[in-house]
Unconditional design. Structure first.
Length: 162
């Protein structure tokens, strides 16, 4: 019985891409002045990504290959099968279109809340949970990037500062 399944192939491809990106990070020019090298953050992220890809590969090798199931054909079956990814793409497109008006903070909160609701359900308890997760996670990231890192994020037309 072969251990090679689709997840193993994807994990190997991701590891190869990660290795290529790490190799390319050595071509980043080093400045003359004494600061943190510009390769620090890309390599840190790529090492974390590579670690996660190794975990994915190990888990993929442990599970048995999936059996090919008889699937329904037709447009309705295709939409039913890919409903979640289609929601993700549609909501992200809406987020990008609304960014100039809403900005990153309001748009991000609405995007995360909408995505959690579309994928996780819409009971009153879940709506409160989704709202808390959206406000806390996007608000914290916005505060870190705005105040701690000094990154200028899109403000939108609703809350603009002078």
């Amino acid at each position: 019985m072969s251990r090679i399944n689709r997840d193993v192939v994807v994990a190997v491809v991701l590891l190869a891409v990660c290795g290529a990106f790490i190799g390319d990070s050595f071509a980043i020019r080093q400045p003359d002045y004494g600061t943190l090298p510009p390769t620090t953050w890309p390599r840190a992220i790529l090492v974390a990504f590579g670690f996660l890809c190794v975990i994915y590969l190990i888990q993929s090798l442990r599970q048995a290959p999936a059996r090919l199931e008889e699937t329904e054909r037709g447009l309705a079956a295709w939409f039913a099968r890919y409903r979640n990814p289609l929601w993700c793409y549609a909501l992200f497109l809406g987020f990008l279109v609304a960014m100039p008006v809403l900005g990153i903070l309001i748009g991000g909160v609405l995007f995360v809340f909408s995505l959690l609701t579309a994928l996780g359900g819409a009971t009153p308890r879940l709506l409160v949970t989704h709202l808390l997760i959206a406000v806390i996670s996007v608000g914290a990231m916005w505060a870190i990037f705005t105040y701690a890192l000094g990154v200028i994020l899109p403000q939108g037309m609703i809350f603009t500062t002078l």
